[in-house]
Design a protein around this ligand. Structure first.
Ligand code: SME
Length: 157
């Protein structure tokens, strides 16, 4: 894919639409999932200017930190713990408008106010989660959920 990320003018939907096309092009040319996670994290992070964007990968009964953009983060999260471990356990996307109201939220950064965590599927199995944090409340909605699920679905197609 082109080395340069293009960020669409307009709203969230337009930005995701172009981002999705660029991720699809990226994945067409590279089969290594870690390399792709690294570039996907960078592409999402740069497009929207989120606080933290990255992947945690399933390793046994834990999630282990994978490629990310943003400040230092916790390395390991247990199954069912925090927003990430909950998305893994419940097997669906978690949209958290206010992290302080999410029981068991793991505060890697005290500046994080809202969060979305999307499971990454490889066939019938969750192999990772995509975690995005925002410094503002209620950043993520159904539009983010739909597009981020579409983007993560490209990883192991
Ligand atoms: N807040 C997450 C932990 C990961 S950091 O946000 C990068 C959670 O509760 O699972």
């Amino acid at each position: 894919m082109a080395e340069n990320l293009i960020i669409a003018e307009g709203g969230k939907n337009e930005k995701y639409e172009l981002l999705y096309k660029q991720v699809a092009a990226l994945i067409k040319g590279e089969c290594d999932p870690i390399a792709n996670m690294a570039n996907i994290a960078a592409m999402i992070h740069t497009t929207f200017g989120f606080w933290w964007t990255g992947f945690y990968r399933v390793a046994g009964d834990e999630l282990v930190l994978g490629p990310f953009q943003g400040p230092l983060a916790c390395s390991r999260i247990k199954y069912g713990r925090g927003v990430c471990g909950t998305a893994w356990k419940e097997q669906h996307t978690q949209v958290v408008p206010d992290v302080e109201l999410f029981p068991g939220h793991i505060a890697c950064s005290s500046l994080s106010r809202s969060e979305i965590v999307v499971p990454v599927w490889h066939g019938n199995e969750i192999v990772a989660v995509l975690d995005i944090d925002s410094k503002e409340l209620a950043t993520f909605d159904e539009t983010d959920k739909v597009w981020l699920e579409k983007i993560t679905d490209l990883l192991y197609k």
